[in-house]
Write a protein that binds this ligand. Structure first.
Ligand code: PGA
Length: 250
């Protein structure tokens, strides 16, 4: 049975102390409700080692927001998947729309990142999603299909470590959420594509999260849909009460 997951992407927010305070607050208030439900936080790099310590006796999992395409070498300022593994990171975002837009990450680069992660025992959280203009022109299925091509470069065994996150770019940080029906339509499409590529059992076991202005007030409706297995949360992950309310909607 696939996992239900809520993951919190802190993005470039919180200085070191604020990040520690947020982790402590979360650990003290979090109650794991079910073994099939998982809570993940994705702090910036500088927080990872200390947050890992704070989470060590909790059931909250640690992830990162990015990694480099190569394992080691002369890449000033970069962080490799191997380094992330060494501090206890078990999940990592790949292809978040902010990185695609601001750092021009393309499918080639994202394939390399996925490979680095899986070979370092880290589960990629692969983000995909269309721009507003793709939605308006009705080309969003093609856009997502093209983005998913990254995942078809993995072996079936490696793909089985992947979590997919559908994040329509027009809904990220805008306060505008995709309706539960819009999310379900795409999640179902993604699951069908996985099934075409790796078979229906793998597709049924893959968690597909929704992201984009997910909050306590809309989480229940979104998570109720059969192919929506949880959420990738940005803004609301910076507030413990909201973040846990979203988790409790799983
Ligand atoms: P948001 O961000 O919840 O603030 O819209 C989601 C994300 O970018 O992962």
């Amino acid at each position: 049975m696939r996992k239900k997951i809520v993951a919190g992407n802190w993005k470039m927010n919180n200085n070191f102390q604020e990040g520690i305070d947020l982790s402590n607050d979360l650990v003290s208030k979090y109650k794991k409700s079910d073994k099939n439900k998982e809570l993940i936080i994705l702090p910036p790099f500088i927080h990872l080692t200390s947050v890992a310590e704070k989470l060590s006796n909790s059931k909250i999992h640690l992830g990162a927001q990015n990694c480099h395409t190569e394992g080691r070498g002369a890449y000033t300022g970069e962080v490799s998947a191997r380094m992330l593994d060494s501090v206890g990171v078990r999940y990592c975002l790949v292809g978040h729309s902010e990185r695609r837009a601001n750092f021009f990450e393309d499918n080639n680069e994202l394939k390399k990142k996925c490979k680095q992660l899986v070979s370092n025992y880290i589960n990629p959280i692969f983000c995909c999603g269309e721009l507003l203009r793709d939605r308006k022109y009705g080309s969003y299925f093609e856009v997502i299909e093209d983005q998913l091509e990254v995942l078809w470069s993995l072996s079936k065994t490696d793909f089985e470590k992947v979590i997919v996150a559908y994040e329509p770019v027009w809904a990220i940080g805008t306060g505008e959420t995709a309706s539960a029906d819009q999310a379900q339509e795409i999640h179902k499409f993604i699951r069908r594509k996985i099934s075409d590529e790796f078979g229906s059992e793998t597709a049924e076991n893959t968690s597909i999260l929704y992201g984009g202005s997910c909050k306590p007030s809309n989480a229940v409706e979104l998570f109720f849909k059969p192919d929506v297995d949880g959420g990738l949360i940005g803004g609301a992950a910076l507030n413990t009460v909201d973040f846990l309310a979203i988790y409790n909607a799983l």
